[in-house]
Design a protein around this ligand. Sequence first.
Ligand SMILES: C[S@@+](CC[C@H](N)C(=O)[O-])C[C@H]1O[C@@H](n2cnc3c(N)ncnc32)[C@H](O)[C@@H]1O
Length: 238
Amino acid sequence: MDAGCGTGNYAKAFIEMGVRKMTLLDASSGMLEKAKGKLSEYITMGIVTDVIEAKMPTIPFPDETFDAVMFNTVINHLDRGNSAFPNSVNTLKETVRIVRPGGYIIVSSMLATTASRVTWFTQLNMDLTNRFIAECILSVEQFDKIFEDAGIKCIQKLNILGSDMYNTYYNLDGPLDESWRATSSYWSFATKEDVEVAVQTVQELKAKGEYEKWVKEHDQANSTGLLTIFMCKPLLAN
Ligand SMILES: C[S@@+](CC[C@H](N)C(=O)[O-])C[C@H]1O[C@@H](n2cnc3c(N)ncnc32)[C@H](O)[C@@H]1O
């Protein structure tokens, strides 16, 4: 199951890599309509078996239905601004119920340290970045606590490099371009003024001929990674 599937990009990639059965779930009917369009061929072929609108923690499936459940940049959006993380814990408890014995629960997210120190574009406006982190970006310790409270165990953490995630990640003029900004949920937190601060920073650095050097000094996404994947299992699984 691709839980919080958005427009289905990751479900599609998994199917193209050989997954033979896939369920999609999201709270947004608009996202699901786009996913249905993108995956129509696989729906017809019976590879995508269900496309379900549901608001997690509710996951309306019987016990032990899935071999694996994936949350790609989803868990961190379930409790915006609430550091007790009740929805995240309850969603993962529900996942323990619907996953088969020995199955995987896969959670991925950007981490707070990544947003503040690793990705170059988030350092163009640190006020915006600090609000973004407070609202929906967690630390490793916060994820570990959520997993413990939900009864799951992280067996491996993987970091994915920036250029492996987006081929436009190092588009240095990206912050000036609305369509580039639309490729990252980070910018959806930005007010018009926030965008102006970032744009002005880019323009000032460019005017001084220091922009490329600044980006090199402020970016580690191709060495330490941009997205962190937590490979987890229910605690009682074999
Ligand atoms: C940042 S997007 C990630 C989408 C997709 N996983 C991807 O990586 O492209 C977060 C998604 O989680 C969905 N979402 C947020 N809260 C949800 C909830 N309580 N239940 C189900 N889906 C939710 C949103 O509608 C959105 O599609």
